[in-house]
Design a protein around this ligand. Structure first.
Ligand SMILES: C[S@@+](CC[C@H](N)C(=O)[O-])C[C@H]1O[C@@H](n2cnc3c(N)ncnc32)[C@H](O)[C@@H]1O
Length: 164
């Protein structure tokens, strides 16, 4: 299969310098500020983004190594298929977070609700538009019966110690 390579369009800055003990999703980091530096050659592409209150950030889990196809995710004590989780160790370690866009100053986006490490390479930005993806009948899979609460859960050693 052909290899695909991406070039980062910027870098995400957050208060989190260690994987241990950080939030596992944006709802666990409500109000936590960060900022995105978009590289100068991509600034034109930010035009009109400030009209959106929330944006998707797609990013590289750059400190993630290896993966298992069955994992015990942060929110449960039972194993689940990797692709039924948001675990950071993946064959293609790409993260996806909806963050609040507070304001834009040129190539800098000031954001809140950050759940990625400081220095995380940014792959793409898209506006978050609920109406584009909402469906009245949403099922939450294994999360319906999960033990953990996403707002309280913090990143721990199960994914961090060593490459799988
Ligand atoms: C469960 S993932 C969720 C990220 C995103 N919201 C998603 O669903 O793709 C968040 C966890 O990934 C890990 N993480 C965050 N930034 C990372 C990075 N740059 N490299 C490796 N792991 C990272 C931390 O353990 C963090 O708690």
């Amino acid at each position: 299969m052909a290899t695909i390579s991406f070039t980062p369009i910027g870098i995400i800055h957050t208060p989190y310098t260690l994987l241990e003990d950080m939030p596992i999703q944006p709802t666990g980091a409500l109000g936590v500020p960060g900022w995105v530096e978009v590289y100068p050659e991509f600034i034109e592409g930010l035009t009109d983004l400030e009209g959106f209150s929330h944006i998707y950030l797609l990013f590289h889990f750059h400190k993630s190594e290896g993966f298992r196809l069955s994992v015990v995710p942060f929110l449960d004590t039972r194993p689940h298929g990797l692709f039924a989780t948001r675990a950071p160790k993946r064959p293609n370690p790409i993260g996806l977070s909806v963050v609040k866009l507070v304001r834009r100053e040129g190539q800098i986006l000031y954001i809140e609700n950050v759940d990625m490490l400081d220095g995380t390479p940014l792959l793409d930005i898209k506006p978050f538009v609920p109406g584009f993806e909402q469906d009245a009948e949403i099922r939450r899979g294994w999360l319906e019966n999960a033990n953990g609460r996403v707002d309280d859960a913090r990143s721990d050693s199960r994914f961090l110690d060593k490459p799988d």
